[in-house]
Design a protein around this ligand. Sequence first.
Ligand code: GLV
Length: 308
Amino acid sequence: MTLLYKSDPARGAEWARLLAAKAPDLAFRIWPDVGNPTDIRYLAAWMAPDDIMAQFPNLELLISVGAGVDQFDFSKLPPELPVVRMVEPGIVDGMVEYVTMSVLALHRDLVPYIAQQRDQIWRQIRVWPASTRRVGVLGLGMLGEAACRKLAGFGFQVAGWSRSCREIEGVICYAGPDEMTDFLGRTDILVCLLPLTDETRGVLNADLFAKLPRGARLVSSGRGGHLDQDALLAALDSGQISAAVLDVTSPEPLPTGHVLWNDPRVLITPHIASMTQPETAVDVVLDNLRRHRAGEPLLGLVDRKRGY
Ligand code: GLV
């Protein structure tokens, strides 16, 4: 019963050290050193290898090492192979930090101040209390919910939107397509933490921007595929959006010379909002392997029809 890891080798070495201490009986290998392919029962990967079942005929479980599974081509994975997303506290904490940092930066006008500093301009912008700012989080999965709770603690007026109805203390919850327009209409700072699926691809587009209050601000830290970058540039030019923080772009890396790089209304980070932390991830993986063996429900099991 071997767990094979196929992702960043440096973090793989951390997994190896942690697993040796926490689960000495579990055989662990790091791609490409797979050993006997028929021993591989579990695969933790960012990208799945092609013809996965031909390579690993006894594979029982595919674990994404990231919070998302949009990088997998499900048409190439056998329908009966369970796939799980990484649902681990380290990813949640990292995303909560990033979203908090970005919302506070947008709330406190850091983006124009960075531009002003470049030009040695000393110009004050009126400071508004957090309680006057309406933050809206698209996507209320484990990341969105945790971000909402933290933001509510700063006194922001926080709302969240998800496909199906959620209840989160201190957060106004909107659900389904019918309530999207109302949600957007009350959102001064929009945070996108949706999973990337056929339904959500390109969701941050001209139509959506038009439904936000004029001068709204955007944080995009889910996937680059959510954002129509040309629509964002047009919305920035028209003043419909006043500033944006982007952790994800399409493509990645954002090509050298792309207009977004030098746009003074945009802050870009290179997909670092959150990363799986081996220390906490290994515990969740071991729990899932135990659940799998015991026939118990898996944490983060992907519903293929839903796409996440
Ligand atoms: C990073 O983007 C992840 O999916 O964990």
